[in-house]
Design a protein. Structure first.
Lengths: 282, 286
């Protein structure tokens, strides 16, 4: 049971799409360091701004024959599709400095993207895919031990890919996308989960033998205002013993900015409880 | 219908653990890789896809799509049969795709590069079948489990794929899906993702609701902090950190969660309408 189920979910994660692309090449001058993230299902995600708006989330996909931009995004940008669902994007900027002008793309929400968004499978809202008609202009170095790709512009003559003809069959994927979408609305899931920002203390810590020790206190920061001093050895947070800085991180992470947290410190021979109101900041 | 329902149920279960960067590169790069890069030619299909030749347990060659957007390797039933992959594998039948099995390929050879123990799904993927009819026989997709093991260079001009082994160990997507599943059985809905800055900067930032320009405003810089030392000032517009856009507070915290204490990073700001770059070395603390 487990296997077929996971498989079915995976079908939707494979982004190969039959379509076509057509686009003359442009040549920017130097190499670009393109930051990326891996999504939960291991897609290479980059961010892009279109006509200065965004950023939007795109998957780098050699299995996509062209740039795909989700319909609602194009609508928001006021880019109208032609009768074959192609649109022209005046400025397409990928994080890291890659800028393309007058780039053509399909204005279409692939069912896989729709399905993943509905169920929050990627952990982030997806807005499309970057495929052949953009990727072919760069030599792309992808190394998962680094947090950035290297894209070097090529003098590439685009071999205009042909339509596969016979319409855009999706072989049942659209149905699966719809299924995932309706399930997602039933469960009330969001494409990207809500985030919480950790509260701020304003003190530097160094791990010592048994506990972290305060190295510096920012005078105007929450810890400084509450009376934490350099040299204080933090033994407990919220009554739980802490051995190193990561323990402090973890317990502080359970509270939100504006909430109070109790630090127990050893100062010389004295043990003190200090209540700090967590601030905003980092 | 029953199968449909169960498939849907499982998909529904896949949505917890919102840790979207759980699999950020965690491995150190190899200092001096002993191996030489392997250059593999690919065929650029008329559709714009990359096709490569593979051998599966010595059988083949088979023509498949090389797909950076595929989290799994996919092989069709014909290939699986010929390569003897289906002997002990439990099979199931699903709508849209027919017979399905999860297998381990002892040796997957792409061009001249051989990879051992590659996970693969045996399935007649509807899109691959469709493309096969239009573009000549295609037997599947090579994806993440294979290419993630390499520093990979894709060059559409030379029509080559260059692979150099890296230290990255790709997690098994099937296994992680299953553990996500298990986790969901016990928890349930999506939980808020906590963004924990990995180091202390000593600043606060703000972004007004109606402000949709690039960057965030620096609201406070604490005296004596890393931010102050770097020369950041109240009112500066923070545009990028380490080449990544900081257009929202979420962006800012997300980036900060990956930046370790003691490592200097470039920060681009706008001050009085002028672009500047500063260097910030965040400290250990919170």
């Amino acid at each position: 049971m487990k296997i077929p189920c996971s498989c079915a979910a995976l079908i939707c994660l494979c982004l190969a799409l039959p379509a076509r692309a057509e686009e003359p090449p442009k040549k920017p001058p130097q190499s670009f360091q393109v930051p990326y993230r891996l999504t939960k299902p291991k897609h290479i995600l980059v961010r892009a701004k279109i006509n200065g708006k965004g950023p939007y989330n795109f998957i780098v996909d050699t299995g996509a024959p062209a740039l795909f931009v989700a319909v609602p995004v194009a609508r928001k940008l006021g880019v109208k599709p032609d009768d074959k669902s192609w649109g022209t994007f005046d400025r397409f900027e990928i994080e890291g400095g890659v800028v393309l002008t007058k780039v053509k793309g399909r204005i279409e929400t692939p069912p896989q993207v729709e399905g993943m968004n509905a169920l929050g499978l990627a952990g982030v809202k997806l807005h499309g895919m970057i495929g052949y008609n953009i990727l072919a202009r760069y030599r792309m170095e992808i190394d998962f031990t680094r947090d950035k790709m290297v894209w070097t512009p090529l003098e590439y003559k685009m071999k205009a890919p042909r339509s596969l003809g016979g319409g855009r069959g999706t072989g049942g994927l659209d149905l699966l996308g719809t299924l995932m979408k309706s399930l997602g609305s039933f469960l009330g899931t969001q494409a990207s989960p809500p985030v919480r920002l950790r509260g701020f203390l304003g003190m530097e810590l160094k791990d010592d033998d048994d506990n972290p020790v305060v190295q510096a206190v920012l005078a105007e920061g929450p810890a400084g205002k509450a009376g934490v001093k350099v040299g204080d050895r933090i033994t407990h947070v919220q009554g739980r013993s802490v051995l190193d800085t990561s323990d402090v991180q973890r317990y502080v992470g359970r509270k939100n900015p504006g909430e109070e947290i109790k630090l127990t410190v050893q100062r010389g021979t004295e043990k003190k409880d200090i209540t700090v109101k967590l601030g905003e900041g980092l | 219908m029953k199968t449909c329902y169960r498939v849907a149920a499982v998909m529904g279960l896949l949505l917890s653990s919102p840790c979207m960067f759980a699999d950020q590169p965690a491995v150190k790069p190899i200092d001096k890789p002993a191996a030489k890069p392997v250059v593999i030619p690919f065929e650029l299909l008329k559709s714009g896809h990359m096709a490569v030749k593979i051998k599966v347990n010595g059988k083949g060659p088979y023509r498949v799509i090389f797909d950076t957007g595929a989290p799994i390797n996919l092989l069709n039933n014909k290939l699986a049969q010929e390569a003897g992959l289906l002997k002990d594998a439990p099979k199931s039948v699903l709508p849209f795709v027919g017979s399905i099995a999860e297998v381990k390929v002892k040796e997957l050879q792409v061009g001249t590069e051989k990879a051992a123990d590659q996970p693969a799904i045996v399935m007649d993927h509807p899109l691959v079948e469709l493309m096969s009819k239009k573009l000549g026989a295609l037997y599947g997709i090579v994806g993440f489990p294979f290419f993630a093991r390499y520093k990979m260079t894709i060059d559409y001009q030379a029509e080559t794929l260059t692979l150099m082994p890296s230290a990255y160990k790709p997690p098994n997507v099937m296994r992680s899906l299953e553990s996500t599943l298990l986790q969901l059985m016990t928890s349930g809905s999506q939980t808020a993702k906590l963004l924990l800055p990995a180091a202390q900067w000593g600043l606060t930032a703000r972004k007004k609701a109606e402000d949709d320009e690039a960057g965030v405003d620096i609201k406070e810089v604490l005296e004596g902090s890393a931010a102050a030392e770097a020369g950041l000032k109240v009112g500066d517009r923070l545009l990028t950190i380490d080449g990544r856009w900081t257009d929202t507070l979420t962006d800012l915290y997300e980036i900060a969660s990956h930046l370790k204490p003691g490592v200097t990073v470039p920060v681009a700001i706008l001050r009085d309408g002028k672009k500047m770059e500063l260097k910030v070395k965040p400290r250990a603390g919170l």
